[in-house]
Ligand binder design. Structure first.
Ligand code: GLU
Length: 325
């Protein structure tokens, strides 16, 4: 694969076009973009649409437009993830030949029933898929004969910790075999599952720095296992940032009101107020204020970004609305 052999680092903004971007996404993307521009990294904009078969063309167009409104720019893209699937199929072939993936016919209900029959899981929302659920005849290291893109395929997670140092969150050593088990890499809709799609795309786009919300920190372990199984040595550096939550402590969502950037924009809130709120959330300014993306970039200090989740309050919403023109 042709790769940039220079030292230039590469990051990506990787929105999913499902829901429109909200204030929490704005904060993560602004940090990602500002870090990149300050450090001279290349920025790729990638629209992650594999999970969203019914995505509308205008949503795909709308996401870059919203990011531009916030003053962000990029050097490559928007790349539409689903436009080119050959590399993902190639990766599946390597995994199959290595004997680390197998087709899985079990339904979600069957998997949940099997999981609840074994020990209950602590604090984990995903259903663990244990090795006892692997099909008869599958053995790690022996290639499963025959590839079909119309089946679900899982990666066989072997016991052990996956150690990595997160550039923001510090040293991590999750044990995915214990918490997650075997995970989906390909879906019977004929497209790669999220974990494989991200690894293949990051690898082929030369991504060196992945900056995203810490709801994906558990996924990093799965993604590193895939890098290793594929024999790819360009594992990225991860920066997992705390999320924005509502006053109830739950991740920002519809229940907290309409925090979509497009909704604020439609009500006349200027981008600079959204950036200013994010800047306050990142320790750039002591109080909410009105700031350009450039000023955000100049003021951002990674060591001043809080390690805890940020709470979006009714006062934040009222303040944004008071800035409407
Ligand atoms: N597309 C994913 C999202 O919007 C991000 C995936 C990633 O950064 O790895 O949540």
């Amino acid at each position: 694969m042709a790769r940039d052999t220079g030292l230039k680092r590469v990051t990506r903004l990787a929105p999913s076009p499902t829901g429109a971007l909200h204030l929490g996404n704005a904060r993560t993307f602004l940090i990602n973009w500002a870090l990149a521009r300050r450090e001279g990294w290349k920025v790729v904009l990638r629209i992650e649409d594999f999970d969203t078969p019914r995505v509308k063309a205008e949503t795909v167009r709308g996401v870059p437009e919203t990011l531009s409104w916030l003053g962000m720019d990029w050097d490559e893209g928007p790349v539409i993830q689903s436009a080119e699937i050959g590399a993902h199929e190639g990766a599946m072939e390597r995994l199959r030949a290595a004997g680390v993936v197998y087709p899985c016919e079990l339904s979600r209900t069957q998997i949940e029933a099997a999981a609840s029959a074994s020990a209950p899981q602590e604090g984990d929302h995903e259903t663990r898929f244990g090795p006892e659920l692997r099909p008869a005849g599958f053995e790690v290291g022996r290639a499963w004969a025959g590839w079909s893109r119309e089946r679900n395929w899982r990666f066989a997670t072997e016991p052990g910790r996956v150690e990595f140092v997160d550039a923001f969150a510090g040293a991590r050593a999750p044990e995915p075999a214990r918490t997650i088990g075997d995970f989906l890499v390909w879906t019977k809709r004929g497209v790669p599952a999220y974990q494989l799609a991200v690894v293949v795309d990051d690898h082929r786009q030369g991504v060196t720095d992945v900056v995203r919300g810490d709801d994906l920190v558990d996924s990093a372990a799965r993604q590193l296992l895939l890098y290793r199984a594929l024999g790819w040595e360009d594992e990225p550096r991860y920066w997992h940032l705390p999320l924005v939550v509502g006053e109830d402590g739950r991740r920002l969502a519809k229940r907290h009101g309409d925090t979509r950037l497009d909704a604020y924009r439609a009500r006349g809130v200027p981008a600079e107020a959204v950036i200013g709120l994010c800047a306050h959330w990142c320790g750039v300014i002591p109080q909410r204020g009105v700031l350009s993306a450039r000023e955000f970039l100049d003021g951002l200090r990674v060591d001043r970004i809080a390690k805890e989740p940020i709470t979006f309050t009714a006062e934040d919403d009222a303040w944004l609305m008071s800035a409407a023109r």
